[in-house]
Ligand binder design. Structure first.
Ligand SMILES: Nc1ncnc2c1ncn2[C@@H]1O[C@H](COP(=O)(O)OP(=O)(O)OP(=O)(O)O)[C@@H](O)[C@H]1O
Ligand SMILES: CC(C)(CO)[C@@H](O)C(=O)[O-]
Ligand code: BAL
Length: 284
C-alpha cells in the first residue's frame, strides 16, 4: 500500500490512474479504523480497480474543541488494518496542505442543515461539505463510500455532488454493529467499561420506537423514548426524531408503505454518539 501525504502527489497519482482506465473507489475517514470502515473498504476493493482511503481528522467540522482534541488517532494500527482489506493508497494529508486558502466557502443546504446534526452541531456540515468537496477534487473517484450511521451526512454529500456536478457514484453502506447492537464508531473507544455497557441504550431505544411504529402516535413514541433514556445513568438525550429518510425532515404522521428513519443522538458520559435505523412501514 502506498501512503501519500501531499495534495499535489495524490492529484497526480489519481489523474494518471484515471488516464490508464482504472476505476477508483474512495472511502473518506477520520481514522481510528474499525470493522465499519473495513467493510466499506472491502466493498470498494471488490467493486473498483483501485481503492483509496483518506485519514484526516478534519478540524473545520468539529463544533466542540474537546471533541477535536480527544478524537482517537491511531495511525500505525490503521495502516496495518488497511493492508488487510485491499486498500491501494492511503491519503493522509496535513491540515496546512489542505487548507491553504481562507476563509472557507459557505454552503447552504437549506432545510437539510437545520435539523438534527445540523441544528445541534453549528457549522458541522459546512466543514464536512468543504472537506468532502476538496477530497473529491484531490482523489477524483468514480465511486465514493459513506456509512448509513451518518445518515444526514450522506444526504448532505448527495446534495453536494448534485450541486457541484461531481461525476461520481455515491454508495450508502449499512451500519455495522457490535454484537450487542451498538453502532461501531471511533468515538466508542473513549467510553469506559460502564459507559460502553450503557451505550447500548441508544440502539435499544431505536428498537423500542420501531416496535411502537404503527401502533401509537409519533408524539407518544417520542415520549416513550425520552422516558426510557431519562432513566439511564450517564445518558443525556440530545434528540430523537422520526424523519423522512431522504429530506431528514421530522414527520408528524406516518403512512402505510412509507420508509422512515429513526434517528438519535445522545451523550453517554462525555462522548456524543449518534445512531439511526430505517424502517419500512409495510402493512401499517
Ligand atoms: N458502524 C459503521 N458502519 C458503517 N459505516 C460506518 C460506521 N461507522 C462509521 N462509518 C462510516 O465510515 C466513514 C468514516 O467515518 P468516521 O471516520 O467519522 O468514523 P466513525 O466511526 O463514524 O467515527 P465517529 O462517529 O466517532 O466520528 C463515514 O462514512 C461513516 O459513516
Ligand atoms: C466524511 C468525513 C471523512 C469528512 O471528514 C467524516 O465526516 C466522516 O468520517 O464521517
Ligand atoms: N462520523 C461523522 C463525523 C463527525 O462526527 O464529525
Amino acid at each position: 500500500m502506498e501512503v501519500i501525504e501531499q495534495v499535489s502527489v495524490i492529484r497526480e497519482r489519481t489523474q494518471a490512474l484515471r488516464c490508464n482506465g482504472k476505476r477508483i473507489g474512495f472511502v473518506p475517514t477520520m481514522g481510528a479504523l474499525h470493522e465499519g470502515h473495513l467493510q466499506l473498504l472491502r466493498a470498494s476493493a471488490q467493486e473498483n480497480d483501485i481503492t483509496v482511503c483518506s485519514i484526516f481528522v478534519n478540524p473545520t467540522q468539529f463544533n466542540n474543541p474537546d471533541d477535536y482534541k480527544l478524537y482517537p488517532r491511531t495511525m500505525e494500527e490503521d495502516i496495518a488494518q488497511l493492508k488487510t482489506v485491499g486498500c491501494d493508497i492511503l491519503f493522509a494529508p496535513q491540515a496546512v496542505d489542505v487548507y491553504v486558502q481562507q476563509p472557507l466557502m459557505q454552503f447552504s443546504f437549506g432545510a437539510l442543515e437545520t435539523v438534527m446534526e445540523g441544528e445541534h452541531r453549528p457549522g458541522h456540515f459546512n466543514g464536512v461539505a468543504t472537506i468532502v468537496g476538496k477530497l473529491f477534487h484531490f482523489v477524483q473517484p468514480h465511486k465514493a463510500y459513506f456509512g448509513q450511521k451518518d445518515l444526514q451526512q450522506v444526504a448532505i454529500v448527495k446534495q453536494l455532488v448534485q450541486t457541484l456536478s461531481f461525476d461520481l457514484e455515491l454508495v450508502r453502506y449499512p451500519t455495522i454493529r457490535e454484537a450487542d447492537g451498538l453502532a461501531m464508531s471511533s468515538r466508542n473507544t473513549r467510553l469506559d467499561a460502564a459507559q460502553r455497557q450503557t451505550a447500548t441504550a441508544l440502539y435499544k431505544a431505536l428498537q423500542l420506537a420501531k416496535s411502537q411504529l404503527g401502533q401509537k402516535p409519533l408524539y407518544s413514541i417520542k415520549a416513550t423514548v425520552e422516558a426510557y433514556l431519562t432513566d439511564k445513568d450517564q445518558v443525556k438525550l440530545e434528540y430523537f426524531e422520526i424523519a423522512d429518510p431522504d429530506t431528514l425532515q421530522p414527520l408528524a404522521v406516518v403512512e402505510a408503505g412509507q420508509e422512515v428513519a429513526l434517528c438519535i443522538a445522545a451523550f453517554v458520559g462525555p462522548v456524543r454518539l449518534i445512531d439511526n435505523i430505517l424502517v419500512n412501514l409495510n402493512g401499517v
